[in-house]
Design a protein around this ligand. Structure first.
Ligand SMILES: [Zn+2]
Length: 213
């Protein structure tokens, strides 16, 4: 996905100097380790393209001490996260954030399986998981997530109104069409299971980073 640095610089230079038709390639967000699920394997066995128009925020609810961002990337890379009720058999998302690292598991132009089975959340959104492992600093994790979301908004022209909690999407399973409703996720940014003051504070933080970029 990411172009070599030298090539990226030369393309950017070209566009600065003239109104050339070359599209500026999408780069990697700052501080992100790109460690993708192998192309053609597990959640990427089928190539499913996406043009992201939303960003969906999750929390892992995985409290094991070792369940940081790298561990979640590893689990996706090795096919350890099964999705029994979706179309591809695996769960996947784009970025995992903890208090000191961010891992990318899917290219942002490929769809994941993190939000709502066959719904618009999966078909159109970049999924970001916030780690909750014991010992991980939640305040720092949320702040880093806000900065990443702002960067992705800028990169893809996504408005703040399209930065949504997982709770935004209605979950209807692929296989038996069971309606699971709206998940309380990310639970620590919801008020009584819905977006409220805590979510608004998060969006304000995203917006502050966006405006500073
Ligand atoms: Zn979620």
């Amino acid at each position: 996905m990411s172009f070599p640095h030298v090539l990226r610089r030369s393309l950017l230079g070209c566009c600065l100097l003239s109104s050339c038709a070359v599209m500026v390639p999408q780069g990697t967000p700052p501080g992100v380790t790109v460690d993708l699920i192998p192309n053609g394997r597990y959640a990427r066995a089928r190539h499913r393209t996406m043009r992201p128009t939303f960003i969906t925020i999750h929390a892992t609810e995985n409290y094991s001490r070792s369940a940081g961002a790298r561990a979640h990337a590893q689990m996706q890379k090795t096919g350890a996260l099964k999705g029994r009720h979706n179309a591809i058999g695996y769960v996947s998302w784009h970025f995992t954030v903890d208090d000191h690292s961010i891992y990318q598991s899917l290219p942002v132009n490929e769809r994941g399986e993190h939000a709502d089975y066959d719904g618009p959340g999966n078909r159109h959104s970049i999924g970001i998981e916030m780690c909750e492992n014991r010992g991980n600093n939640r305040t720092v994790t949320v702040d880093r997530t806000a900065r990443l979301a702002a960067w992705l908004m800028k990169q893809h022209g996504i408005p703040l109104s399209h930065v949504v909690p997982h709770q935004h999407w209605r979950m209807i399973r692929h296989d038996d069409h069971r309606d699971l409703g709206h998940k309380n996720c990310p639970h620590f940014l919801m008020d009584r299971g819905r977006p409220g003051a805590k979510w608004q504070a998060f969006l304000a933080r995203v917006n502050a980073y966006y405006r500073a970029m």
